[in-house]
Write a protein that binds this ligand. Structure first.
Ligand code: UD1
Ligand code: CA
Length: 254
């Protein structure tokens, strides 16, 4: 299974400004530990056996590209307007090499993810022959994350964003990490069906789950054991928290 890495690509979403950071600097350029978040995520991607890594840039595109230019095997895609995570992936699809069959999507603001976890996740996706697999974790405070909605059998049917969630849905503590693995052909199809009919008026990548579910495709829900690894940095408070977790991981005190 490991030798099949060459048929897998990784797309990293890093085009957003990050309004909630209250800073003019692109969110992914903020440092966690010694280096910017985007460098952590690119290093993670480089530790997985794939030969096609694509970084989607937009806001301060030149600076973000400059930060990762030393990394080999990277291609870039440009998202001129930040119309949502689904639109960002759509912008990256033309950069996929021809032989790619599976696409992993990572977020540039999830800096503590380990390569090992991504490799296990890809293997799981391939072994189970899912069309789409999503990495979820259970957390004490799910505020701000997409909530995983499952049916009576425990099968994932959709993801609801915080801004669109009902009071009951907000109580769900199984959250979307923003990490996905999908068959390329399914992504090509589903991304073109996205519409901005939601509270934020964006093309949500998360809507590919309800599309797959309605089409009765095989969707996998992979539950990660370490919530700290998939912390998403949206605010300075999150940045501080990620920094502390990294310090602990490296055996430093903060
Ligand atoms: C997203 C997910 C949410 C999940 C969370 C995990 C969607 C709709 N929501 O929410 O379910 O729980 O991540 O951390 O996908 N980006 C672009 N272009 C855009 C918009 C975003 O490249 O047009 C990039 C951002 O730079 C960022 C990443 O995508 O690196 C995630 O975007 P963000 O706005 O932080 O999404 P969340 O609201 O955290
Ligand atoms: Ca985020």
């Amino acid at each position: 299974m490991k030798n099949e890495g060459y048929k897998t690509a990784i797309i990293i979403l890093a085009a957003g400004l990050g309004t909630r950071m209250k800073s003019d600097m692109a969110k992914v350029l903020h440092k966690v530990g010694e280096k910017p978040m985007i460098n952590h995520v690119v290093d993670t991607a480089e530790g997985v056996s794939t030969d096609n890594i694509i970084v989607v840039t937009g806001y301060q595109s030149d600076l973000v590209r400059e930060a990762v230019k030393a990394c080999k095997e990277i291609r870039f895609a440009f998202q001129e307007k930040q119309l949502g995570t689904g639109h960002a992936v759509l912008c990256a699809m033309p950069e996929l090499k021809e032989h790619i069959e599976n696409v992993v999507i990572l977020c540039g603001d999830v800096p503590l993810l380990l390569s090992e976890t991504v490799s296990f996740f890809i293997d799981h996706h391939k072994i189970t022959k899912n069309i789409l697999t999503v990495l979820a974790v259970a957390v004490n405070n799910p505020t701000g994350y997409g909530r995983m909605i499952v049916d009576d059998q425990g099968a994932l049917i959709k993801i609801v964003e915080e801004a669109d969630a009902s009071k009951d849905q907000k109580n769900i503590n199984l959250i979307n990490s923003g990490i996905y693995c999908a068959e390329r052909s399914f992504l090509d199809h589903a991304l073109n069906l996205l519409t901005p009919e939601n509270a934020q008026g964006e093309l949500y990548l998360t809507d590919i789950i309800s599309i797959a579910s309605k089409e009765k495709q095989k969707i996998g829900l992979y539950i990660g054991q370490n919530a700290d690894e998939v912390i998403g940095v949206n605010s300075l408070k999150d940045l501080h928290q990620a920094d502390q977790i990294l310090c602990r991981r490296q055996g430093k005190t903060s």
